[in-house]
Design a protein around this ligand. Structure first.
Ligand SMILES: [Zn+2]
Length: 114
């Protein structure tokens, strides 16, 4: 396995995820890795507009949650590269399929265990 390639891929993915999160969320330093969606600013508009913003806030929050989760897994995968345990399935201990890692480099489990 070309570890350097996956390391670069994961580092790139980490950067992208952070950029996306920074667009609408603020990193919460404690606990580490937790992000908070910033509520859109109200400009004293009508109630209807406010309701739209609440709806937008809710969908941003769910986007934030999935980005946050992916970022967390990406960081964990980078840690594993450092410890030389990258690519091992946490379920059965076998190597995770390379094809799977190509698509989901932060995968923790093989296809069977997932
Ligand atoms: Zn497995």
């Amino acid at each position: 396995m070309n570890k350097e390639k996956f390391k670069n891929k994961l580092t790139e993915q980490k950067k992208e995820l952070r950029t996306m999160l920074e667009r609408f969320a603020k990193e919460d330093k404690k606990p580490k890795g937790d992000w908070d969606t910033q509520f859109p600013q109200f400009d004293g508009g009508k109630l209807e507009e406010a309701a739209d913003e609440v709806e937008e806030f809710d969908s941003l929050r769910s986007v934030e949650h999935s980005l946050e989760l992916k970022l967390k897994k990406t960081n964990e995968a980078l840690e594993k590269i450092k410890k030389d345990t990258y690519g091992k399935c946490e379920g059965c201990g076998n190597n995770i399929e390379l094809k799977r890692l190509e698509v989901v480099p932060e995968a923790k489990k093989c296809k069977k265990c997932n």
